[in-house]
Design a protein around this ligand. Structure first.
Ligand SMILES: [Zn+2]
Length: 312
């Protein structure tokens, strides 16, 4: 246990005002001093503390309770993890079906667990440190919508989520290097319809990388339709990044991906078949890349992606 002084205060041999004590019966302790204590009791508005190391030959002192803070690592945790829906504790923030039995533990709805720490992971999971280990592990991931974190007052702790503006952090990168396929292949109206993304053409390599972190929501692994083989990835803030006309796909639905992770190979599927020229416009193989707001509305990817000359 640790005792920290919040302001300058006295350690005293009796729980009375320091002015009533002689100099030999008190000792001044500077603000923000932290001392190890082995035990303490509360007496009215004082703590009677037993110090790990004696001061002035004494190890037991009184101190005015409002002047100090005692942190007891062994005390019951103040936070609780409340399970709303039956869920899994997981060693990785991915779908439970992708984990071995030893990498997950089932929790029934309604269970409450002591919680030492938690943080929100990008993949819509909390990383939690439990007061008591389960299956020998105290640190786990748990899917955010299935649980609530309760504070000291027993009420849910509200996590302030990032504002839903254009993501302005460095969380985005171009999915590949390449070149514009021309003005009609930029975001905007062309040929009587909204072209809702940017086409990235140019010479190989054709490896395509996740433009941001997230969880793979949908994989369409066939060449039908205008999209051809397609990947839809959703960030924790609800924004989606979408990839059309792939030749092959290296990710699965539910998989968590990091920005810059290889997700597939650009190919020319869609618009009439594998490897053929696309969209009737004589374009060669390109990646059609979209960024969509949480409400599904597409935005110009160039307004979000860094201006780093990846795709001039
Ligand atoms: Zn396109």
């Amino acid at each position: 246990m640790k005792l920290t002084t919040l302001g300058t205060t006295f350690f005293k041999v009796k729980p009375v005002q320091s002015t009533q004590l002689s100099d030999t019966d008190k000792t001044a302790i500077a603000a923000n001093t932290t001392l190890d204590i082995v035990a303490y009791t509360e007496e009215a508005d004082h703590f009677n503390v037993q110090l790990a190391a004696a001061l002035q030959g004494r190890d037991r002192w009184y101190v005015y309770a409002p002047h100090v803070r005692i942190v007891d690592a062994a005390a019951p945790p103040k936070l609780k993890l409340q399970v709303i829906d039956s869920t899994l504790l997981k060693l990785k923030p991915i779908q439970g079906s992708q984990l071995a039995d030893t990498e997950k533990a089932a929790l029934r709805g309604g269970v409450e667990l002591g919680l030492l720490e938690y943080s929100e992971n990008e993949m819509n999971h909390y990383q939690v440190k439990l007061a008591e280990a389960i299956q020998g592990q105290d640190t786990w991931y748990v899917y955010v919508p299935h649980v609530r974190v309760l504070g000291q007052d027993g009420k849910p702790v509200i996590v302030q989520r990032a504002a839903m503006g254009i993501p302005s952090d460095s969380g985005w990168a171009w999915p590949m290097k390449g070149t514009s396929c021309g003005p009609k292949c930029e975001f905007g109206f062309a040929r009587g319809r909204l072209h809702a993304g940017v086409d990235i053409g140019g010479y190989t390599p054709d490896e395509c990388y996740a433009a941001s972190g997230g969880v793979v929501k949908t994989v369409k692994n066939d060449t039908s339709g205008a999209e051809g083989r397609a990947i839809y990835i959703q960030r924790a803030d609800g924004w989606q990044h979408v990839y059309f006309h792939m030749r092959s796909i290296a990710v699965q639905p539910g998989q968590a991906v990091k920005r810059g992770q290889l997700i597939g190979i650009r190919g020319g599927s869609g618009f009439g078949g594998e490897g053929r020229e696309i969209d009737g416009g004589g374009y060669s193989i390109h990646l059609h890349f979209e960024i969509r707001k949480p409400n599904g509305e597409p935005v110009d990817p160039r307004s979000v992606l860094p201006k780093d000359n990846s795709c001039p």
